[in-house]
Design a protein around this ligand. Structure first.
Ligand code: F6P
Length: 361
């Protein structure tokens, strides 16, 4: 394999706290190898459509340019989740064209940071001859091949803080507060924020709920005076027994479906069944904003450093995975193949049940 002199790094898909830490570590580690490193704007858009960018879509990353970014939210490179740019081409071999652009810029390899969409673009580029290392990114914590991803801890911490605040207003008004959180088809954010925030019920995709059971649980707690108000944390992918997820937008060409709205739906039903006033709070993109927690910051640094080490070791076409105490290299094809879902008999669900938190089942 050719010796590396110059590499590119890109961030694609929805942002997650910790992306700038990955960039910081990759830049420092690349410089320590004696390599140059360039950031590609908005996933791979910077290379596909350079004329739309004042800096030509590609920016040289010096140590000084990343000195003070590891603690910042978002991504200094920008990102895009507007579908697969390789799929929008009229010609069949858009990936090969893009690989040629990497070559034109003298880029020997790419560190692609992103979720399943980004990593499948990375795989296509790799299959067309580009050296690629993937770095997983998701606040949803739903990748089977890596024990952890950065962004999750920040999302759970913020959701917990929000729930903590809601206890006061819920108690003052004796209301049922519904808190809808992101997480797509996995209930990890809802589960951990719900436990930490001492919710009364947590509704997650992995355990379809029966709304009458949630209402009965809230009424029982009210009747025995253990709590006159209630907090119900609802994952955006939660669904009733025999029902489906609530959609904000159906899937379209190149775009996945957008979940959302289940909180409001649950609130309406709980009002009917309990007679108690309800209010809904949708935390949405607030969970992705803000600074990474120290855990996510250090995870981001871990992933960025591991990606450069992987390239230096001659790895290619793999995603770095953190499976403590090891860093594993997972072939890109397998990297996002399997979702990691909450196990109904795992310790998280068991803890919640022991603490009298209902899943509506
Ligand atoms: O995968 C991360 C995530 O934040 C999900 O939890 C959520 O469903 C989705 O992205 C939202 O995406 P968008 O930024 O396109 O609204």
């Amino acid at each position: 394999m050719n010796q590396i002199k110059r590499i590119g790094i890109s961030t694609g898909g929805g942002d997650a706290p910790g992306l700038n830490a990955v960039i910081h570590a990759a830049v420092c580690a690349a410089h320590n190898q004696g390599w140059e490193i360039f950031g590609i704007r908005d996933g791979v858009e910077g290379l596909l459509d350079p004329d739309s960018y004042p800096d030509g879509g590609l920016v040289k990353l010096k140590r000084e340019s990343v000195r003070n970014i590891a603690h910042l939210g978002g991504t200094i490179l920008g990102t895009s989740n507007r579908g697969n740019p390789l799929g929008q081409s009229d010609g069949p071999n858009q990936a090969a064209k893009l690989v040629q652009r990497f070559r034109d810029h003298g880029l020997d390899a790419l560190i692609a940071v992103g979720g399943d969409g980004t990593l499948s673009i990375a795989r296509e580029l790799n299959e067309n001859g580009l050296r690629v290392i993937g770095v997983p990114k998701t606040i949803d914590n739903d990748l089977e091949s890596t024990a952890v991803t950065f962004g999750f801890d920040s999302a759970v911490s913020f959701a917990t803080e929000c729930i903590d605040r809601l206890h006061f207003t819920a108690e003052s008004h004796r209301r049922v507060m519904i808190v809808e959180v992101m997480g797509r088809y996995a209930g990890w954010i809802a589960l951990y924020a719900g436990i930490a925030g001492r919710a009364d019920a947590i509704l997650i995709p992995e355990i379809p709920y029966n709304i009458a059971k949630v209402a009965a649980h809230i009424k029982r707690k009210g009747a025995n005076h253990s709590r006159q108000y209630a907090i119900v944390v609802v994952a955006e992918g939660a669904k009733p027994v025999g029902g489906g997820v609530t959609l904000k937008e159906a899937a379209q060409a190149g775009h996945v479906e957008r979940l959302g709205g289940v909180g409001e739906f649950v609130a309406g039903q709980l009002f009917e069944l309990t007679g108690q006033e309800t209010r809904t709070v949708v935390l949405g993109h607030l969970l992705r904003g803000g600074q990474p927690t120290s855990i996510d910051r250090s995870l981001g640094l871990t992933f960025g450093a591991a990606a450069v080490r992987a390239l230096a070791e001659g790895q290619n076409g793999v995603m770095v995975a953190v499976n403590p105490p090891r860093i594993d290299y997972v072939p890109l094809r397998e990297a996002t193949a399997k979702l990691k879902l909450v196990s109904a008999d795992g310790y998280g669900v068991m803890t919640a049940r022991t603490l009298d938190i209902s899943f509506g089942d």
